[in-house]
Design a protein around this ligand. Structure first.
Ligand SMILES: [Zn+2]
Length: 466
């Protein structure tokens, strides 16, 4: 008999991890960290509900830390099986997991310095960079649509999800077991947008008996204004003000999307060719990975790459890798574009640019991502008159504006569009990966169509053969 247990991203957005048991095997789909509020982050420290040594395999839908960031922890605790993912997810994990280890180490150091840790002065990181590097050896790439038998009676298939490079929906096919019938479990993973640049649209969903569907924006629709148009307007505004357009952006995904739009706008003659600085070592490393994985490109991106157009390279692009290159940007006067991480200004090099340029009236700060409550990005979005950076209060004289049309997640209409590609309603649907209102709204909408959908309960185990 087959069963599934909801170990995270149930009733909440982060900590994606689902335990499937079938044919005597235990497979963990996604190994995510809980992120955000402290009560959630503390869950990362709880003993894993299953002995990691008893797991036979891990399957990752994509490389975001709330889906992959617990892999180093599992490996440190004895997991020795394969961690299946797409080839691009493996490459991005090589950037994101060691970075996550470094952040955990920094956090522990900070806790020790401030003495606020319960274990002060000996706070330990959840895991370190070395643990993360060691876990990379577990990753086993499987291309899209290359159905692979994992164990007798269990097969895996990835399809494009269009969320970030390498992102996939996951099908687990469980063969009949005694009197228990065959079961196909479909995991939506995180679903992307339709019509977004670089990545293809989410691929049509296959028939499934059991579906786990993400609900991040289950109760919202995205802005109708195309992000490229909003970006064009802001670039012209920066030129008029003769100042910097400073864009805090996630290093993986959002930065490449911004670069794509800037190059396309330039090529179309819609904006002048300004100096564009990408100041984030991870963004600098992620960009060639975005270019290299052609299996993840949509038609337009493929055509541009084939024509030699360098779709992620505005004509005056400068990648700043070293601290010296980063500091040199400070001397840049006049209109220019600076794209730097982190996306919510919680850390990273963007802080140096904010510190330098927020006091200048000619600066435009353009927020292109979701800003979680309590972050500096959120404060800026909500009209803060000053911002605390590196122990200093920095006055905000810059113009601050947001583009809401960028998102890596489909909204409720786009998820509905993906669901409409299912050849038939699945026998059972579990709503996962969302805040309670979004989860409830999705379950209600599906139930109203006569589909058997409900919100998954945290920690519950469901017998899929029953
Ligand atoms: Zn994601």
């Amino acid at each position: 008999m087959a069963s599934i247990r909801f170990l995270g991203a149930a009733g909440t957005v982060t900590g994606s991890r689902f335990l499937v048991r079938a044919h005597g095997r235990a497979i963990l789909v996604d190994a995510g960290l809980f992120q955000g509020q402290k009560a959630l982050r503390l869950r990362n420290w709880a003993p894993f509900p299953v002995d990691p040594r008893a797991l036979d395999a891990v399957v990752l839908t994509h490389a975001h830390i709330d889906h992959s960031g617990a892999l180093p922890l599992l490996v440190r605790q004895g997991f020795r099986g394969p961690a299946y993912c797409t080839p691009a997810t493996r490459d991005l994990a090589h950037l994101l997991l060691p970075d996550s280890g470094r952040l955990q180490e920094e956090e522990a150091r900070y806790a020790n310095e401030k003495g606020y840790s319960k274990h002060a002065p000996n706070a330990l990181p959840l895991y370190g960079e070395e643990d993360a590097v060691a876990s990379l050896g577990r990753l086993v790439p499987i291309p899209y649509r290359a159905q692979r038998k994992l164990f007798p009676g269990i097969a895996l298939n990835f399809r494009r999800a269009g969320h970030i490079l390498g992102s996939a929906t996951v099908e687990l096919d469980i063969a009949p077991e005694g009197p228990a019938p065959a079961v196909r479990i479909l995991f939506s993973g995180d679903l992307g947008r339709y019509g977004a640049p670089i990545l293809p649209d989410p691929e049509a969903a296959p028939a499934a008996d059991v579906l786990l569907v993400e609900c991040t924006y289950g109760d919202r629709t995205h802005s109708a204004e195309p992000p490229a148009e909003a970006l064009r307007r802001e670039v012209h505004d920066a030129v008029r003000r003769a100042g910097a357009l400073l864009i805090p952006a996630f290093a993986v995904g959002r930065t490449q999307e911004v670069l794509f739009h800037l190059r396309a706008l330039e090529a179309a003659g819609s904006i002048p060719a300004l100096p564009v600085f990408v100041d984030s070592p991870m963004a600098v490393d992620a960009t060639p990975i975005y270019l290299a994985h052609r299996e993840d490109h949509d038609d337009e991106m493929a055509r541009l790459v084939a024509s030699g157009a360098e779709p992620l390279r505005p004509s005056r692009l400068v990648f700043a890798r070293s601290p010296e290159q980063s500091r040199a940007i400070n001397r840049m006067r006049g209109p220019c574009i600076i794209v730097s991480a982190s996306g919510m200004a919680t850390g990273g090099r963007v802080l140096h640019h904010l510190k330098q340029r927020l006091p200048e009236e000619s600066t435009t700060v353009l927020l292109v991502g979701y800003q979680a409550a309590g972050t500096r990005g959120w404060s800026l979005q909500n009209g803060a008159a000053s911002l605390r950076i590196h122990g200093e209060d920095v006055p905000v004289r810059a113009r601050v504006t947001s583009i809401t049309g960028f998102s890596a997640h489909g909204d409720k209409e786009e998820v509905a569009r993906w669901l409409s590609t299912l050849p038939a309603p699945p026998g059972r649907i579990f709503c996962i990966h969302g805040e309670p209102p979004a989860l409830g709204a999705t379950a209600e909408r599906l139930s109203a169509r006569g589909w058997n959908a409900r919100v998954a309960d945290d920690q519950e185990e469901v017998d899929l053969s029953a």
